[in-house]
Design a protein around this ligand. Structure first.
Ligand code: NAD
Ligand code: 0WE
Length: 255
């Protein structure tokens, strides 16, 4: 008996076994959810396919979230194979590496547009295609970071993209609430994933959280995934439009 028996979900954003999306996938699978996965490019396909297959997934589909035709074809396949969908997990972000260092003021027009397209608009584009097959009680979950609210060195344009993602999540929650579809975001503390690799100052940030946060430790992918399970399940049936912090309490501290 699982919390999610008989339900079906799709996960955007598994890159490898360290991905937050992978921890979420395992948690949802353990509670009985059947899962579909998307990936970008051949290199990532070779990483994602074995992970997805280890959870019994058969729908493993290419999707570059900047491509409307990719998004359309993902949901055509899901509709044909499943007919309906209960949970959508968006765990996707990207900015050009050169925009994640130095001063925010130097962000290029193209870099700004790309970061917001992949990291924020994609939630709206994906939700629009998913909603026609989502029934009452379905849920949409995305991943964000406190850099949307406060300034963190080098996070730069990603902070602006996460602010747009969180606001988009609230507007989607208002649009979809009348249909019984809930939309929430999880604001995770820093976690060592592929997306954290080569970010200058990332280890220092982990140390600052472990020192300053009420819980005096960093969060794990598994802790983030437990909140995703709560948001995907009827345990959170009264919760929509929220940004839930899974950050050892770091965000509540002033001084
Ligand atoms: P990750 O690198 O494992 O995941 C990022 C994913 O984005 C990858 O799977 C990548 O393929 C995907 N992606 C990038 N461009 C794409 C595109 N054009 N189309 C489709 N997919 C694309 O890293 P992660 O840390 O697990 O990141 C997942 C989410 O969690 C992101 O939204 C990130 O901003 C957020 N987050 C991460 C942290 C952290 O410290 N790691 C903290 C808070 C929030
Ligand atoms: O959202 C993120 C990271 C997202 C990300 C990471 C990369 C690295 C590789 C987006 N685009 C790229 N592009 C690349 O080429 N996080 C919350 C993790 C993160 O990234 C930081 C952080 C934290 C925390 C960057 C600077 C400062 C803090």
């Amino acid at each position: 008996m699982g919390l999610l028996d008989g339900k079906r979900g799709i996960i955007f954003g598994v890159a490898n076994e360290r991905s937050i999306a992978w921890a979420i996938a395992q948690k949802l699978h353990n509670e009985g959810m059947e899962l579909a996965f998307t990936y970008v490019g051949k290199t990532l396909e070779s990483r994602v396919r074995p992970l997805a297959e280890s959870l019994g997934a058969t729908l493993i589909l290419p999707c570059d979230v900047t491509d409307d035709s990719d998004i359309k074809s993902v949901f055509e396949t899901v509709k044909r194979e499943w007919g309906s969908l209960d949970t959508l997990v968006h765990s996707v972000a990207f900015a050009n590496k050169e925009e994640l260092k130095g001063d925010f003021i130097d962000t290029s027009r193209e870099g700004f547009a790309l970061a917001l397209d992949i990291s924020a608009y994609s939630l709206v584009a994906i939700a629009r295609e998913a909603v026609p097959i989502m029934k009452e009680g379905s849920t949409i979950i995305s991943m964000t970071y406190y850099g949307s609210v406060k300034v963190f060195p080098n996070y730069n344009v990603m902070g602006v993209a996460k602010a747009a993602l969180e606001a988009s999540s609230r507007y989607l929650a208002a649009d979809l609430g009348p249909r019984g579809i809930r939309v929430n975001a999880i604001s995770a503390g820093p976690v060592k994933t592929l997306a954290a690799m080569g970010i200058s100052g990332f280890n220092a940030l982990l140390n600052i959280v472990a020192e300053k946060a009420p819980l005096k430790k960093n969060v794990t992918q598994e802790e983030v995934a437990s909140t995703a399970l709560y948001l995907a399940s009827p345990l959170s049936s009264g919760v929509t439009g929220e940004v839930i912090y899974v950050d050892s309490g770091y965000n509540i501290i002033g001084a």
